[in-house]
Design a protein around this ligand. Sequence first.
Ligand code: S3P
Length: 172
Amino acid sequence: ARRVLGRRNLVFVGLMGAGKSAIGRIVAQMLDIPFVDSDHEIERVSRMSIPELFEAYGEAEFRALEARVIKRLLRTGPRVLSTGGGAFMNDATRATVLASGLSVWLKADLEVLWTRVSKRDSRPLLKTANPKQTLASLLEQRYPVYAEADVTVQSRDDPKETIAAEAIAAIA
Ligand code: S3P
């Protein structure tokens, strides 16, 4: 897989709670290439947390910053990049991702996602009266777009190493 990539990047997309950061980090270790996480990079350059950014500037500004950060992160490869769940929904970002290498949609069922995201209070988009319903509608809206990724890997409750190995097998 390392050789298949060459200088191209490997980009993980999918909903919140799919395991993009955890799986991406393991895949990067397995392939021995650098790992980057767009949410972390956004927090680093802005010196604010994601919820603070949403609160201070709103979602549109966040998306613009996210698009710039991802474009820069993908300029030099090979890298493994884990994106925030909304990044691939942005037309410009999706085009950048698709052109920069291989993309993997980490796909998970609503129950799996919900169990994971409900443990933390760090997702501004889920600060609604019925966050599980919000997650379900995001799933419905976004799945057709995530399906444009090069490969799809099912993210279950198996060990992360197993899912990471499946992702590598899917691109090799
Ligand atoms: C978002 C997902 C989050 C973060 C922001 C918006 C989304 O990233 O970028 O809260 O639109 O789905 P994770 O997918 O890493 O939770």
